[in-house]
Each structure stands twice: as C-alpha cells, then as structure tokens.
Design a binder for this molecule. Structure first.
Ligand code: AMP
Length: 310
C-alpha cells in the first residue's frame, strides 16, 4: 500500500440556506479516499461503520480500488452520524448533532499490508484513534498529514496536541487554527502551531482559498469562484485527499511541490461543493480535474512589472 487514510465514514444531515439532504453518505475518510483515488490505486482505508451503512457505497469505493480491509463493520450498530447547518455565507456552519455511535468502540487493527505505507493521512476523527494508527506503522511514514476539528479540540485537546507533535503537515481551517493557537492573526497562529511540531501548516479558508505556512515561507492558493455552491461539506477532506494523493503520486515534498498539491486539493474541493455529499466526486474524471487545475492557473495569472518609485 502507498497511502493509508483513517477518518470517519459516516451519514450526514446537511442544511444550507438553499436546500437540505436528510441522510447522505459522508465522513472525512470517505471524501479523502475518493479524492486520493484519482492519484493512487494503492490506497487503504481504516475506519468503522455500522450495519446500516450501504453496501453499494462500499462497492463503489472498491470499484475505485480503495482497499477496505481496514474498514470494520460492526453488526447491529449504527454508523457515525453528523448534522450541520450552514450560515448564509456557506463558509461557516453550526454542528447540530454528532452521534459517535460505532466510533466509540473503534480500536483500529491495521492489516499487515498497510503498516509499511509511506504516506499516511490522519483524517478527522478521535485523536486517540489517529495515535493508534500512527503507532501501528512498522516504520515512520515518509509523510504524515493530519486534519482535525473543533469537536476534538474541545473534547480531547491533550491527546490531540500529542498527535500534532508527530505529524509533518497539519491541515485545518482558519477557525480551527485560531482556536488551537489562541491567536486571531493567522500568521501568529501559524507560528505557534508550527512550534507544536509540524513542519508545515495548511490553513483552509473555504471560498477564500488556502494558505501554506512553513520553512519561513507562505503560499496562497485561491478557491475557484463557483456559480453555485450547493454543499461545502467534505470540501476540507476532499482538499486533503487531493493534496496527499498528489504528493504520494509525485513523491516530492519540496515547498514548490506542496504548492502544486495545494492547487490540486483546491481543484478537487471545488467539485465537492457542486452537489450534496460525494455525488459530484463520483461523476468526475481525470480530464475534468486537469481542466479545473488549468482554471486555477488562469485565475491567478497576471503579468506585472514593479516600477521603482523615484
Ligand atoms: P469537512 O466539511 O471537510 O470539515 O468535513 C465534513 C465531514 O466531517 C462530514 O462528512 C462529517 O461526517 C465529518 N465529521 C463531522 N464531525 C466530525 C467529527 N467530530 N469527527 C470526525 N468527522 C466528523
């Protein structure tokens, strides 16, 4: 295996000012692995679902060469469930409900074939589970990327900071970076968070793009202005899946290549927002992705000669 992902595989109830979906398949690891599957076919998923999780979706994932040997199915139990409501700007949301269900009992056992993978994506879920996955890798992966959210900062901060100290890249949104650091300025927040261990910090800002901090440098990638944002749920995870999938494919961890990975992640995230749940990710192909990456290039392409003032 080349890339292992851990995270939730879930049902979501989503309300936006423009529509709602009562029960769609979601979860951090679902979005991550679907996005990453465009770049690698050596992809293993570690998570848990209940008996209620649709077999068709598991088949769809297998069809994309996502290995599910690390996905436990708990009989007679219900899958992780999350409900959220977006504000008018679609950039901020309230969590209405989080039912951990099967996640309460997840004690991950990595299949042998997963333990030597060079790329590890610690997607959003209980940091105790993220730590257990990391500890089961037979050697330190070449690159560990991590995501998390306010829920875990509120409920398991100590364990969370322990895991953060062990990863190469932390990718979180602006509100989470502010909460984790206690700093409003994202530059100061990045300084503090990089002081906690990671070499790089990616700050996702929804429709305002993403920032990459690290090695004393900063890079900014825009988000594509979309005509209609139907549902931003999973955009952050889709970003992360595209980001690490591209890095696993190119095996180059230089700052220049991280910049490319951020554009790739942003391109995939833009698709995710065009429909509820994972629907749009299941429709697109590599050609769609390449065209969208070109749109990003065009969006920020300008020529300017800086003229010295007299
Ligand atoms: P994103 O919009 O990228 O932040 O991710 C949304 C996804 O995260 C949804 O599909 C949810 O199922 C999942 N999710 C929500 N709350 C949590 C949580 N506390 N831990 C892990 N995953 C969660």
């Amino acid at each position: 295996m080349q890339l292992i992902t851990v995270g939730t595989v879930a049902f979501d109830r989503i309300e936006t000012p423009f529509g709602k979906a009562d029960k769609v398949v979601g979860g951090a690891a679902t979005y991550i692995s679907l996005a990453a599957s465009f770049f690698t076919d050596q992809l293993g998923l570690v998570s848990v679902v209940g008996e209620d999780f649709p077999q068709e979706m598991l088949q769809t994932m297998r069809g994309r060469r996502i290995d599910l040997d690390g996905l436990e199915v708990m009989e007679g139990r219900e899958s992780f469930f999350w409900a959220g409501r977006y504000h008018y700007d679609m950039n901020t949301r309230d969590t209405l409900e989080t039912r951990l269900n099967v996640l309460l009992d997840l004690d991950p056992k990595l299949p042998e074939a997963y333990t030597g993978a060079p790329y590890l994506m610690l997607g959003n879920l209980d940091p105790r589970v993220q730590a257990k996955v990391l500890a089961q890798m037979s050697e330190r992966p070449a690159l560990v990327v991590m995501d998390t959210m306010n829920f875990w900062m509120d409920s398991a901060l100590e364990k969370l900071t322990e895991v953060i100290a062990q990863v190469d890249i932390l990718a979180i949104n602006d509100a989470e970076a502010r909460q984790l650091s206690g700093e409003h300025s994202l530059v100061r927040a990045a300084d503090k968070i990089l002081g906690m261990g990671p070499k790089y910090l990616v700050v996702k800002k929804g429709e305002h793009g993403a920032l990459l901090f690290g090695q004393g440098r900063v890079f900014f990638a825009p988000a594509l202005p979309l005509e209609d944002i139907v549902d931003p749920t999973g955009a952050g995870d889709t970003f992360a899946g595209g980001f690490i999938g591209f890095l696993a494919r190119t095996q180059d961890h230089s700052f220049e290549n991280l910049k490319r990975a951020i554009i790739v992640g942003s391109a995939l995230a833009s698709f995710c927002c065009e429909r509820f749940g994972v629907e749009r990710l299941l429709e697109i192909d590599r050609e769609d992705i390449d065209q969208r990456i070109q749109q990003f290039v065009d969006l920020v392409d300008f020529d300017i000669q800086v003229v010295d003032g007299e």
